[in-house]
Design a protein around this ligand. Structure first.
Ligand SMILES: Cc1ncc(COP(=O)(O)O)c(C=O)c1O
Length: 335
């Protein structure tokens, strides 16, 4: 494959084929391969009007030994089931989800970046309600798709800290809404505050809880991690996405003598942390140098260098993904 692997960004690049399965009359079709990246859909399909749409984001890697592996697709499957159930969609079973992911990687194996380039194959499973509908009702028919696209390493200029802005005047998710799930509408709600923050020079936003705006919820597209001398703390909140990266890092943190703790974290007490990070599939960890809310600015560690603990956790997780370290928790599924 004639690709400039070391200069990939985070954009859609065409690949060979995507995988599709359709749900109708109470059953899923077998997954099939399609090469044209377009769907022909009814203008009245539920997903266009009433928002029955959810997705997942995971990655496949080429390991040091040359194996093609997917990182924790079982967790992505479980979360899609949670998302589907929350907005009354028929989700694919865990088996169908994993089968479709493996098929998508196999068929596009030429697009799986070689080991050593720092790049990976981003995978985007999604589920939409397709039934033509006018009244507000769940669809009877669904389409489940997995497409893939090669993406570059998140940190081209190294693993360096960024500044975050606390969102004021908007919530991304309601207290008892859909924040725990990866439904498409959550992301539409986050666009405006994200764009406003970027204009002010902040690449990342931090949301507080939608009831009191007192506790930390999560960053725009990543969970919050705070490191103390002996704990890995992360918010316990009903309105945040259950990050698979966060779950993995909590497990790894024990190997570094930390106790992972899920708890409500008041924004006002954020200076108890020696290191703060944002975690998610795209970057694994983004170190946070500062958090700004109005005139108040909290800073953490060195402006130009990530803290020791987050660096170790980042390197450990990436090491597992690229097959450089033992996959002791069986997180990789070989294709
Ligand atoms: C709102 C939000 N929170 C957290 C995450 C991190 O989740 P994960 O680690 O499963 O990628 C994401 C997605 O990456 C997200 O969109």
């Amino acid at each position: 494959m004639d690709m400039d692997w070391t200069n990939l960004g985070f954009n859609y690049l065409p690949t060979k084929a995507f995988v599709q399965a359709d749900y109708a009359d109470g059953a899923w079709s077998a997954p099939t391969l399609n090469t044209e990246p377009y769907l022909s859909m009814h203008i009245s399909a539920n997903c266009f009007h009433y928002g029955q749409a959810c997705f997942e984001g995971l990655k496949a890697f080429r390991t040091k030994e040359g194996k093609a592996v997917i990182f924790r697709p079982d967790m992505g499957a479980k979360r899609m089931i949670l998302s589907g159930e929350r907005i009354c969609m028929q989700p694919p079973s865990e088996e169908l989800f994993i089968e479709a992911c493996k098929m998508a990687v196999k068929e596009n194996i030429d697009y799986l970046p070689p080991y050593g380039t720092g790049a990976s194959l981003y995978m985007r499973p999604f589920l939409i309600g397709t039934q033509p509908i006018i009244g507000v009702n769940p669809s009877d028919t669904y389409t489940f798709i997995v497409f893939v696209t090669p993406v570059g390493p998140y940190y081209k200029e190294g693993f360096s800290p960024v500044n975050a802005l606390v969102v004021e005047g908007f919530d991304r998710a309601a207290a008892q809404g859909t924040g725990r799930t990866k439904v498409a509408g959550n992301y539409a709600a986050s666009l405006k505050p994200g764009i406003q923050a970027k204009k002010k020079g902040f690449p990342i936003v931090l949301y507080t809880d939608p009831v009191e705006h007192k506790y930390i919820d999560e960053f725009g597209t990543s969970n919050f991690i705070g490191i103390t001398d002996d704990e890995y703390q992360t918010p316990d909140s009903p309105s945040i996405l259950q990050s698979i990266t966060n779950n993995s890092l909590q497990t790894l943190s024990k190997e570094y003598g930390l106790t992972p703790v899920k708890m409500p974290i008041p924004l006002d007490e954020v200076d108890r942390f020696k290191e703060v990070g944002a975690c998610g599939t795209a970057a694994v960890i983004t170190p946070i140098y500062s958090i700004t809310k109005g005139d108040k600015v909290w800073t953490f560690g060195d402006e130009h260098k990530a803290g020791k603990t987050l660096t170790k956790l980042y390197e450990h997780l990436q090491g597992i993904q690229y097959g450089e370290r033992d996959d002791s928790y069986n997180w990789l599924i070989e294709v």
